[in-house]
Write a protein that binds this ligand. Structure first.
Ligand SMILES: [Zn+2]
Length: 191
């Protein structure tokens, strides 16, 4: 906005100067009227006007392209993201477990993260990085399963939420991608 105003002001000054010169009646074209320091001032004003407008465009572009992916934001971006999202962050909660013989171990998280990104594209929110620390004791015997202890699951989620809150997040949405997390997440929210 400031860039646009600066650009507009300098552009108006340059045009005003040219018109003044033309008004004296001793010139054929506006540009031939400008001599010496006048030419320098007009050139500088034109360059500054263009720079101001281009800066304004860059700023507007950066604001509109703010990533929803927490891990892709810079620290200054994060401040903007918190404001833009109204202090909202989704934590897609998945698991590492067997999904038949044909699907990846991270299928549940891949699915619920994708849904979270689609939601964030409709209404901006921050989406937390890969969170695999759910409940999976029932399938612990399957190759590739990672099953953390109960206290670690609870502490990890609690401290993640606490840290988000410390960073200005006021609304945390737990998007669950794994059936085995249903009771765990309900219990977490109760205690
Ligand atoms: Zn699952």
């Amino acid at each position: 906005m400031v860039g646009y105003l600066l650009g507009f002001l300098l552009g108006a000054l340059a045009i005003g100067y040219l018109l003044m010169q033309r008004g004296r009646g001793d010139v054929r074209s506006p540009f031939s009227a400008v001599k010496g320091w006048g030419k320098l001032i007009v050139s500088a004003a034109a360059v500054l006007a263009l720079t101001g407008m281009s800066l304004a465009q860059e700023t507007a572009k950066a604001a509109s392209e703010l990533s929803a992916r927490y891990e892709e934001l810079t620290s200054p971006d994060f401040i903007q993201a918190v404001a833009k999202s109204g202090g909202t962050c989704i934590i897609p909660v998945g698991i590492l477990e067997k999904h038949g013989p044909h699907l990846p171990l991270g299928t549940d998280l891949l699915d619920c993260r994708e849904l979270s990104f689609r939601a964030a594209a409709k209404e901006y929110t921050i989406v937390f990085p890969q969170y695999y620390f759910g409940q999976i004791f029932e399938a612990k015997h399957q190759p590739g399963t990672i099953a953390y202890s109960v206290h670690l699951m609870l502490d990890m989620l609690q401290e993640t939420c606490d840290e988000l809150a410390r960073n200005g997040i006021k609304k945390i949405i737990l998007v669950n991608g794994h059936g085995g997390n249903d009771q765990f997440l309900q219990y977490f929210c109760q205690v």
